[in-house]
Design a protein around this ligand. Structure first.
Ligand SMILES: NC(=O)c1ccc[n+]([C@@H]2O[C@H](COP(=O)([O-])OP(=O)(O)OC[C@H]3O[C@@H](n4cnc5c(N)ncnc54)[C@H](OP(=O)(O)O)[C@@H]3O)[C@@H](O)[C@H]2O)c1
Length: 280
């Protein structure tokens, strides 16, 4: 079970919020009872609407004072620019010891401390593979949440989505966002590009797509199996003077793929800091 006898309020049941909720509702992972979860979102759409329909989750457009009284955990998954106003509307309603977990990119703990005076807050950066229990979330706690029992409570909840890591230095969350928060999109782009390249070489489109998906997921599964790190596994595919070497040489031409990835992570990290400043 994900701990806590009170209600878990998901504020912002969009793409990331619904990915997390899918994990909480999975019996084998989250085990959150549907009647202990409330979706707070102006209009429920997409995956969240499906989950609400399937599990009979309560949906409200804003957290009313009566419902708020029973809330012991809040997961805030609105856009970074909406965090301030959402907290202002919440602050007076939440019980003093309610744990607030924010997944908003860039929004610093001090924004929460300013508005939620003394409440335990965990800033977390998950990713969308959480929907199938294959995500990774990195967390940092404010002073009020810097307590083993509170951290355990947050870990239990976020573990429904996959691995959970903690850091003590909040500044690292920007780099985390650039690597694992945004990272699935880089991998999906690579998969799209691999399929398009196969099609350009004459493969039927659907076959090229199946090959690209199987290749990305097979390579990911090998990494996860831990029979070698990425560098070793790459070397196992690369026969000297063979086809893979020719392909890798092309990927390294010019500034090369590592440099492009470095720029991508750095740009995402920078954007995370900007989002934090804009949310003040
Ligand atoms: N997507 C990811 O991969 C990912 C990963 C890690 C962290 N995050 C973070 O997660 C947060 C949400 O991102 P997202 O991609 O899930 O965005 P999203 O799909 O747009 O979801 C945000 C949801 O919040 C709703 N909302 C707006 N105002 C609200 C309010 N006052 N109260 C309650 N709900 C409200 C939105 O409704 P409307 O659409 O009707 O406005 C929408 O359903 C962001 O802060 C982002 O930085 C996202």
């Amino acid at each position: 079970m994900s701990g806590g006898d009170g209600t878990l309020a998901l504020i912002g049941a969009g793409r990331m919020g619904s990915a997390l909720a899918a994990g909480w509702l999975a019996k084998t992972r989250g085990g959150v009872a549907p009647d202990k979860l409330v979706f707070v979102d102006p209009q429920l759409a997409g995956r969240a609407a499906e989950l609400a329909e399937t599990y009979g989750i309560r949906h409200v457009s804003e957290l009313d004072a009566e419902t708020a009284k029973g809330v012991d955990r809040v997961v805030l998954a609105v856009k970074p620019g909406l965090v301030g106003e959402t907290l202002d509307a919440l602050a007076g309603r939440l019980p003093d010891d309610a744990l607030v977990i924010s997944v908003a990119a860039g929004v610093p703990l001090k924004s929460f401390d300013k508005r939620l005076a003394g409440r335990p807050v965990v800033r977390a950066m998950p990713n969308t593979p959480a929907a199938i229990g294959k995500g990774v979330t990195v967390c940092v706690a404010n002073e009020a949440a810097d307590d083993t029992a509170i951290r355990d409570k947050a870990t239990k909840l976020l573990k429904a989505g996959g691995q959970v890591e903690w850091v003590d230095d909040e500044r690292l969350l920007g780099a985390v966002t650039g690597v694992s928060g945004s990272g699935p999109a880089y991998v999906f782009l690579f998969c799209e590009a691999l399929a398009a390249a196969g099609e350009a070489e004459g493969l039927p489109r659907d076959l090229a797509e199946r090959l690209a998906v199987a290749t990305v997921s097979g390579a990911g599964a090998m990494l996860e199996a831990g029979d070698g790190d990425a560098r070793e596994l790459r070397r196992m595919v690369t026969s000297p003077g063979g086809t893979t070497q020719a392909g890798l040489d092309a990927l390294m031409a010019g500034s090369g793929l590592p440099s492009l990835v470095r720029n991508a992570v750095s740009a995402a990290e920078r954007r995370s800091r900007q989002l934090g400043n804009e949310s003040e």
